[in-house]
Design a binder for this molecule. Structure first.
Ligand code: PXP
Length: 247
């Protein structure tokens, strides 16, 4: 099964980290994130996203090759900008690598990468990943300075952090939505493919899916939570339907 990366279709990458979170709670093999990846592939998901965190709290090193072997879907590896993660990415050669900020004590990826402030740290990592044929994405706040930094770094993709939008209410949510739409347009105008993710749910996905330049959404925690009640196949299908309806 091949998955053409057509720009017209809004792609859905499913982040399966929290299947591994539940597995690790008991230390055994169940539930297996590989099985989740196979279900995502079977119901028409466009990619698998997995974050190998420095503390290995969910996805583990050995999961990566197993996930890659289990489906034809492109793997988007979320990684901190460290030498250790760079070596792992170069060994596994995922389709894409999304560079995220990481602090051990945080519960999830709380803010965007400071691509502007960390140019010198990021530049060699972006270059090595690109040279290896890995599509580099930078997970950034929707701010002009970060898009400009991504341009200077030569990143082909930015993933716009939708956390502020997801947490905001009322008028503030409209402001955050406008910011995301403006930054998606700015990225696209400068030849960078915009993606988006973090905190997306059935209730808040549609305004983001309607932003025409956005090519991919990466969604995890909510989908895995819904999967507990309705099954992962049904949760992915429902998210897919909502995205299509909004487009
Ligand atoms: N995109 C990136 C870069 C992330 O770090 C995360 C969270 O790991 C997601 C998307 C998915 O966010 P959520 O789990 O809130 O859907």
């Amino acid at each position: 099964m091949s998955h053409p990366l057509s720009p017209e279709r809004l792609r859905l990458g499913v982040n399966i980290d929290h299947v591994a979170t539940i597995r690790n709670a008991r230390g055994g093999d169940h539930p297996d994130p590989v099985r989740a990846a196979q279900i995502v592939a079977a119901v028409g998901g466009d990619g698998i996203t997995a974050h190998l965190r420095e503390d290995r709290r969910h996805i583990r090193d050995e999961d990566l090759a197993r996930i890659q072997a289990a489906t034809n879907l492109p793997l988007n590896l979320e990684m901190a900008a460290t030498d250790e993660m760079l070596a792992i990415a170069l060994r596994h050669k995922p389709h894409a690598a999304c560079i995220v900020p990481e602090r051990r004590e945080e519960r999830t990826t709380e803010g965007g990468l400071d691509a502007a402030g960390q140019h010198n740290r990021l530049a060699p990592i972006v270059a090595r990943l690109r040279d290896a044929g890995i599509r580099v994405s930078l997970f950034i706040a929707p701010e002009p300075a970060q898009i400009e930094a991504a341009m200077r770094l030569g990143a082909p993709v930015v993933e716009l952090h939708t956390g502020e939008y997801a947490h905001a209410q009322g008028e503030q949510r409209e402001i955050e939505l406008r910011r995301l739409a403006d930054m998606a347009a700015l990225a696209a105008k400068n030849g960078i493919e915009p993606h988006a993710g973090h905190g997306l749910t059935y209730d808040n996905v549609q305004p983001i899916a309607a932003i025409p330049q956005i090519a991919e959404l990466n969604i995890g925690h909510y989908l895995i939570g819904e999967a507990i009640f309705t099954g992962l196949d049904s949760a992915v299908r429902r998210m897919r339907d909502l995205m299509d309806e909004a487009r």
